[in-house]
Design a protein around this ligand. Structure first.
Ligand SMILES: NC(=O)c1ccc[n+]([C@@H]2O[C@H](COP(=O)([O-])OP(=O)(O)OC[C@H]3O[C@@H](n4cnc5c(N)ncnc54)[C@H](O)[C@@H]3O)[C@@H](O)[C@H]2O)c1
Length: 259
């Protein structure tokens, strides 16, 4: 029996890689994103590898749309085993030209959007998935995306830090609710995953940001994160729940002024 995964943000940098990685292991994928052309790219990549995918434009801030997309996934593939909520980001998701700002300058619409996509999105997608998984009665895996910013905070990103910190607490509480149904609930907290369209690693500053801010002196790739999702979504992670997995090359261990 093929497993089925519902993935949000699946048109994005980490989402595309994650959807493709899961598809390579035979999992059928509902590729959901607000960006229709990005969805097409992910679906085409999966199909070119012989995998199964169905694309669905989705705004995770709309609970009815989330419920409908999950229902369509079950109609299309017959079941749901894995839900991965990747859609998210800092102030930029409120608009291309929106910049991170200190709290005293934070616009309400930016705060609203950052909380809605990252945190409310986790509520809506986890709820819709859990309802199906409980009814199926065969367990399941729910994985939400946090960030090391959600663990440690970052100036000019109070909105994003609160949203991603909320994802961590949400994960713990939901794991307690869903444990009796054998549904594992975990979160992933990436550090700097270098998006070469955003950070120019050919400049000394960009290169240092990608390589020198972690303990391994290497660049974190979307594959590194996708591999962690693959593990948490697999039977190998049977006994792991309520946890937040940091994937940052040890970056978050550093303390200013010390080694
Ligand atoms: N890249 C990093 O360094 C990094 C670090 C820590 C955490 N993260 C987290 O990882 C996740 C993926 O990041 P990424 O770098 O791939 O970003 P990305 O911008 O490439 O992907 C995010 C995707 O979410 C989609 N999206 C935005 N709003 C949406 C909405 N309302 N409904 C549905 N889809 C929506 C976008 O269209 C995009 O395809 C995010 O949650 C981000 O906060 C990323």
């Amino acid at each position: 029996m093929n497993k089925v995964a519902f993935i949000t943000g699946a048109g994005g940098f980490i989402g595309n890689e994650t959807a493709t990685t899961l598809a390579k292991s035979g999992i059928a994928i509902a590729v959901c994103d607000i960006n229709g052309s990005a969805i097409k790219e992910t679906v085409a990549r999966i199909e070119a590898l012989g995998g199964k995918a169905f694309g669905r434009v989705l705004d995770v801030t709309d609970p009815q749309d989330v419920d409908a997309a999950v229902a369509e996934t079950v109609e299309t593939f017959g079941r749901l085993d894995i839900m991965v909520h990747i859609a998210g980001g800092s102030s930029r998701i409120a608009g291309e030209n929106v910049k991170a700002a200190p709290l005293v300058e934070l616009d309400d619409f930016v705060l609203d959007r950052v909380l809605k996509v990252n945190l409310y999105g986790a509520f809506y997608t986890s709820r819709a998935a859990a309802r199906v998984m409980i009814k199926q009665g065969e367990g399941g895996k729910i994985i939400n995306f946090s960030s090391t910013v959600g663990l440690n905070g970052l100036k000019n990103m109070t909105d994003y830090a609160a949203a991603k910190g909320g994802v961590i607490s949400f994960t713990k509480a939901l794991a307690k609710e869903l444990g009796p149904y054998k549904i594992n609930v975990n979160a992933i907290a990436p550090g700097v995953v270098c998006r070469t369209n955003v950070v120019d690693i050919t400049t000394p500053k960009g290169h240092a940001y990608a390589y020198d801010t972690n303990l391994l002196g290497e660049q974190c790739t979307a594959e590194d994160i996708a591999n962690l999702v693959e593990f948490l979504a697999s039977d190998k992670a049977r006994f792991i729940t309520g946890q937040t997995y940091v994937c940052d090359g040890g970056r978050s261990l550093s303390m200013k002024g010390t080694d």
